[in-house]
Design a protein around this ligand. Structure first.
Ligand code: TYM
Length: 330
């Protein structure tokens, strides 16, 4: 029986944070370790240029994602791990796909509207085309499964629509891709509002932050008097979500009980939680340090991954072009 193809990626906008890890990368690892799946995981650097970015830092930020992936447990023996821009077939396929997508549809996507609010002076064609490129990432491998956080659902929906439209018009055989969620598909922000995100200052903890930094991040998480009838939404409830992730459900329940009775001392809670996060992340931090001293190994993985990925993506692209009527041989 042939294996189920999986694709996922992370934009190259900085180090991986707890949201990326618990919302997506843990799912990548579960699937790579399951022999029913054939996985491709990338640092998606072409997506990074859809919003303002620093060209002097792009290559470093991209490689940092690959190193974080490897430190977190992605295994190049089991999955293809590489960089999107090294597989230029994605961009060509995205252009072909853009011919079956209406501008109006893209303008109405909530993810597009959010980015327009964040960067009102940089609403580019590349930004509008973001979901089309994401569909190309996924469908270049005919991936039917994408491990990703809840925020990616609208993009996966567009991917399904593009696949259907291409199949109807040109007889291609793109799958109807589904998102696979981890149990923690929505990791909240430390600011108390919205999700943990690279683009919101003070909202995240990186996988490689040291204890002092983790403490500093938690210190700025807003709290209340520590006592009341019901746990309020926002900072307090988010802190308890992190307690559940890193210290277990029983510890969370104990704090909930404290809240209703003698009260929570947030200084103690945050100190204990910081230690728990730090300890949890220790093996990742150590592996990351090893990789930093072994750049040739990382470069080799990226190069070999790109070669393997290109073989698959080039075949899909060639087949799609023939079906769309371009000059060439079957
Ligand atoms: P990006 O780079 O924003 O995030 C990478 C992955 O991390 C997940 N994630 C979260 N999950 C739960 N809680 C959070 N607070 C949180 N923050 C981030 C995201 O859902 C994502 O799975 N468009 C994508 C990149 C991409 C892609 C793809 C993903 C490009 N092509 C193809 C899947 C398949 C993005 O911006 O992810």
């Amino acid at each position: 029986m042939s294996k189920i193809r999986v694709f996922s990626g992370t934009r190259a906008t900085g180090r991986l944070h707890l949201g990326n890890y618990f919302g997506a990368v843990k799912g990548y690892i579960d699937l790579q370790n399951d022999s029913n799946y054939d996985c491709v995981y990338m640092a998606v650097d072409v997506h990074t240029i859809t919003t303002p970015y620093d060209q002097h830092n792009l290559a470093t930020a991209t490689k940092a994602i690959i190193m974080d992936y490897l430190a977190a447990g992605l295994d190049p023996e089991k999955a293809i791990v590489t960089i999107q821009s090294l597989v230029p077939e994605h961009v060509e396929l995205a252009f072909l796909f853009s011919s079956v997508v209406s501008v109006a549809k893209m303008q109405h996507l909530p993810t597009f509207k959010d980015k327009v609010k964040q960067h009102p002076d940089n609403v580019t064609l590349a930004l509008l085309n973001y979901p089309t490129l994401m569909a190309a990432d996924i469908l270049a491998y005919k991936a039917s499964v994408v491990p990703a956080g809840l925020d990616q659902e609208p993009h996966i929906e567009v991917t399904r629509e593009i696949a259907r439209r291409m199949n109807d018009l040109y007889g291609t055989d793109f799958p109807e891709t589904k998102r696979i969620a981890t149990p923690t598909q929505y990791v909240p922000s430390l600011t108390g509002e919205g999700k943990m995100s690279k683009s919101v200052e003070g909202s995240s903890i990186s996988l490689t932050d040291d204890l002092a930094m983790i403490k500093k991040r938690l210190a700025s998480c807003p709290t209340d008097s520590g006592n009341g009838q019901e746990i309020p939404k926002g900072g307090v409830s988010n802190l308890l979500t992190f307690v559940e992730i890193f210290e277990g459900i029983e510890r969370k329940k104990a704090y909930e009980n404290d809240y209703k009775n003698q009260g929570i001392r947030y200084g103690d809670l945050k100190a204990e939680l910081a230690e728990a996060i730090f300890n949890y992340l220790s093996p990742i931090r150590e592996k990351r340090l090893e990789l930093e001293n072994n750049q040739d190994y990382v470069d080799k993985i990226i190069k070999e991954g790109a070669e393997k990925a290109r073989t698959i993506a080039a075949a899909t692209l060639a087949e799609t072009k023939i079906k769309m009527g371009f000059y060439g041989k079957n």
